[in-house]
Write a protein that binds this ligand. Structure first.
Ligand SMILES: Nc1ccc(Br)nc1
Length: 445
């Protein structure tokens, strides 16, 4: 997560040590290709980021859930040509089961909702932070894992649910010091495409595949998008109509094309009105080219982008009213978003908003003689009971080392145990900012 480790889409090659050798050489200490270690300095940043995810989720009244990183492959068998399902980190386990490391969290959430069935009183407002995986040919050298924060609302058909999710995303950005001058949120509705396709007699079964292809409009040449759409069986004039509709950037133009009764127009207008109420309308912009690349979205779709245009999408989401029924459940309205741990750190680095996070303790407890180690334990236990973060100096260290150590850990106090003081029932306490020193009876510590 550190600005360096996280942004490295390209993975490190094997270390010099190479594969484990039989002659007692050092093993390859690098993590598996495409994955990251989190040494303390990176783990502090990750913990800081996840704490912000959790604080915003709590602010919006969401409950935390979790599920296994390993799931049945069947959760992700979709026929829409999504990249996410073509890069499953899947395998057959020793019981002959087809399993996979999860590429996203939403299908697990849907599984849990179905498992809970009627015992889960709607609406559900659940959030999760989980590691997600892909298996990509290393030729592209991209990472194979990242952590995603998801927030989902199950059981609300109206766009007030999407408005809550968008408000949570804006609250998160604002909490980190990111403003609407740095980031915008493009928003559209798949019912735009549905209406356009409906006018050109495209089978409903192709809808998801069309969305997956159209989602690539800004990533691959237009000719390639046209080729893939015609390969789906779309007549050329339909392809032109679709691509023209995707250029719409104003709700008025959309209304002119689809009519004021069109569901997409109605829903988007409602959303912008709620955005004004929440006060985040200046973050939002209608953009018909946003369809998102997941097959199961059925309505509102949105993604946050950095206004310099240098980064990939920061987060994205939408409405998926049919996902539970595709798993054999009752149709249940649902919407949610996924927020990855990588792009946001790149953005914070660019905006110089990365926090300075150090390893800190309150007290260093330093026994001057080994014989005083049991007494040092008494002092440390007492201080910890008070909630103070204590580092007991271990090993046979000198005072010079202890003061250097205290500086590294930005300790507030050095608590020194000497036999003379201890026989009088006290310890020497040095305030490391005022440099003031005094003997304190143990009970006054
Ligand atoms: N779905 C997915 C999983 C892992 C990474 Br890295 N990116 C996308």
């Amino acid at each position: 997560l550190s600005a360096s480790a996280t942004t490295q889409e390209s993975v490190r090659g094997p270390s010099q040590a190479g594969p484990p050798s039989t002659d007692g050489g050092v093993i390859d200490t690098s993590p598996p290709r495409g994955t990251r270690d989190f040494p303390p300095e990176d783990m502090r940043l990750r913990t800081w980021l996840f704490n912000n995810f959790r604080e915003v989720s709590s602010l919006f009244g969401f409950e935390e859930i979790d599920f296994p990183v390993l799931e049945s492959e069947e959760l992700y068998i979709r026929k829409a040509g999504e990249e996410i399902t073509q890069q499953l980190y899947n395998f057959e386990d020793k019981g002959g089961r087809r399993v996979t490391l999860r590429p996203e969290l939403t299908p697990s959430l849907a599984r849990l909702v179905l498992q809970k069935g009627k015992s889960a009183s709607l609406p559900l407002k659940w959030f999760a932070i989980g590691q997600c995986w892909r298996y990509e040919r290393m030729t592209r050298g991209r990472r194979r894992e990242h952590y995603q924060w998801n927030m989902d609302i199950i059981g609300i058909p109206g766009v007030e649910a999407e408005a809550e999710l968008l408000s949570a995303i804006v609250a998160f950005f604002s909490k980190l010091g990111i403003t609407s001058s740095d980031v915008g949120i493009k928003i559209s509705n798949r019912k735009v495409l549905q209406e356009v396709l409906g006018r050109s007699v495209i089978p409903e079964s192709s809808f998801a595949a069309v969305c997956v292809i159209v989602d690539k409009i800004e990533k691959i040449p237009r000719a390639e998008v046209e080729k893939e759409l015609t390969a789906l069986g779309l007549p050329v004039e339909a392809v032109d109509t679709i691509l023209r509709a995707l250029t719409l950037r104003s709700l008025d133009d959309l209304e002119e094309l689809l009519g004021s009764d069109n569901e997409a127009v109605v829903e988007l207008k409602q959303l912008f009105e709620l955005a004004r109420g929440y006060g985040f309308e200046d973050w939002l912009q209608f953009d018909a080219s946003v369809v998102r690349g997941l097959a199961y979205y059925t309505g509102t779709v949105f993604e946050a982008f950095d206004r310099t245009g240098t980064l990939r999408a920061i987060c994205g989401g939408g409405r998926y009213d049919k996902l539970l029924s595709t798993f054999g459940g009752v149709d249940t309205p649902a919407c949610g978003f996924g927020f990855g741990d990588a792009v946001i750190v790149e953005l914070l680095k660019e905006k110089k908003l990365l926090p300075e996070l150090n390893h800190e303790v309150d007290d260093i407890v330093m026994p001057l003689e080994e014989e005083l180690r049991p007494q040092a334990a008494i002092v440390a236990a007492r201080l910890r009971t008070q909630g103070r973060r204590v580092d007991v100096v271990m090993g046979n260290k000198k005072m010079k080392w202890a003061f250097k150590h205290a500086e590294r850990l930005q300790a507030k106090r050095m608590v020194i145990l000497g036999s003379t003081e201890w026989t009088k029932g006290s310890v020497r306490v040095k305030d490391l900012s005022s440099r003031e020193e005094k003997d304190l009876p143990l009970e006054e510590l």
